[in-house]
Design a binder for this molecule. Structure first.
Ligand code: NI
Length: 163
């Protein structure tokens, strides 16, 4: 299992690089990333959460079990049916917050062999993919919480540090 970086590790803030090499090493890494998210009982994981700089994410679909699990160079091309959803993150343990997300999306990506595909995701699968795509841009879900919520989290952080 790969080590999952924790907030505020600066590597979580680095935008990912586009994958150009679809080789054996990528296949091995993607397999390890998939095993890590399952072992951590997560719904998704991005490469930069384990210190890798490539634009790769994995999700564990819950709505559509046939949905692809691996997305290389993902790009969300359509977003619809926006709602407020509760999220958490393996890199930000202990924090749960409500984030505005589309609940229907279309994503274009490549598989581990470099073949392009397009897929429509809905519900938690769509939310999860947006959360992981954010990671690949260096964005965390806590950045998307309301100002008040972030203020309260900071206060809590200060208290914890003092304690
Ligand atoms: Ni996350």
């Amino acid at each position: 299992m790969l080590e999952i970086l924790l907030y505020p590790d600066e590597r979580l803030r680095r935008p990912a690089d586009r994958v150009e090499a679809f080789d054996e090493e990528l296949a091995t890494f993607v397999a390890e990333l998939s095993e890590t998210v399952e072992a951590a009982d997560g719904l998704g994981l991005s490469a930069n959460q384990v210190g890798d700089e490539r634009a790769v994410l994995v999700i564990v679909p819950t709505v559509d079990e046939d949905a692809p699990r691996i997305y290389v160079n993902p790009e969300i091309t359509e977003r619809a049916a926006v709602g407020l959803v509760q999220e958490s993150c393996l890199s930000v343990p202990g924090i749960v917050g409500n984030v505005v997300r589309a609940t229907e999306i279309t994503v274009q990506a490549q598989d581990v062999n470099g073949a392009s595909f397009e897929y429509a995701l809905s519900g938690m699968d769509a939310v999860c993919l947006q959360h992981e795509a954010d990671h690949l841009e260096g964005v965390l879900f806590i950045d998307r919480l309301s100002f008040l919520r972030r203020f309260l989290l900071r206060l809590r952080g200060k208290t914890a540090t003092k304690g």
